[in-house]
Design a protein around this ligand. Structure first.
Ligand code: T5A
Ligand code: NA
Length: 213
């Protein structure tokens, strides 16, 4: 059998408070315990210069034109794109907590044209698997911390959810691996469902790293 020439790129997406960061952490630990080299990346990455502008906007400490903040979110992914491809090529599994799909869903929800929102993300490294954590916005709202940041309102989340569903259908049509996970279950059950989707990918990526769209 051919030796895998790279590792897998796994994206965790979903509505606010669906448990993405919790599950990204659990998956990271599980792979680390299995001695699989792995790096967890979070978008937005609030530590960079661009990330600090995004953070200030999300906390409503600054205002930005809708297109300007959209492009900052995208630029924040491009800042890390070559780091991601380098990790994958060197055999480190990459887990991203949110990615371009959040970028499109949240900006298109504001009324920006869908294709315009997608444009700047074209060419980013494509995930081998996207796990979409699906949850009723009302259930998400009942979880800790909801309502502290700009988009954490139920009507916003409903619109965002519809857009994520549209993106998921398109990804599936193109043959990309987009898996819905019932995120309303308990943490351990969700983690098991995620592991079931991730495990087959570990050590078995032979194709070159794809590009989004
Ligand atoms: N955004 C993002 C854009 O507009 N454009 C973009 O391009 C990008 C990348 C911040 C905002 O930015 C927007 C989207 C967002 O509105 P963020 O920094 O990812 O994005 O947001 P965070 O606040 O860090 O994360 P979320 O609010 O999305 O939460 P998570 O990560 O989904 O949920 P998590 O794991 O922190 O859990 C939330 C709470 O629920 C509990 C946890 O203990 C925690 O208290 N919990 C559970 N409770 C019961 N059952 C379970 N199964 C649970 N799992 C977790
Ligand atoms: Na999070």
């Amino acid at each position: 059998m051919a030796k895998p020439n790279r590792s897998a790129f796994i994206v965790i997406e979903g509505l606010d408070r669906s448990g993405k960061s919790t599950q990204a952490q659990i998956l990271h630990e599980r792979l680390t315990n299995a001695k699989t080299p792995v790096e967890l990346i979070k978008f937005p990455d609030r530590t960079t210069a661009i990330g600090k502008m995004i953070d200030s906007y999300l906390r409503s400490e600054s205002e930005l034109d809708d297109r300007a903040i959209h492009l900052l979110f995208t630029a924040n992914r491009w800042e890390l794109a070559s780091h991601i491809t380098t990790l994958l090529a060197s055999g480190t599994t990459v887990i991203a907590d949110r990615y371009a799909f959040s970028g499109i869903a949240f900006s298109a929800r504001k009324g920006l044209p869908y294709e315009w929102c997608r444009g700047p993300d074209v060419g980013l490294p494509a995930p081998d698997l996207t796990l979409f954590l699906n949850i009723e916005p009302a259930v998400a709202r009942a979880r800790g911390g909801y309502g502290e940041e700009r988009y954490e309102r139920e009507e916003v989340q409903r619109g965002v959810r519809e857009l994520f569903e549209k993106i998921g259908r398109e990804m599936q049509t193109e043959g990309s691996s987009w898996v819905q996970v019932d995120a309303g279950k308990g943490k351990d059950e969700v983690a098991e469902d995620i592991w079931g989707a991730v495990e087959p990918l570990i050590g078995s990526c032979d194709s070159p790293i794809g590009r989004l769209w």
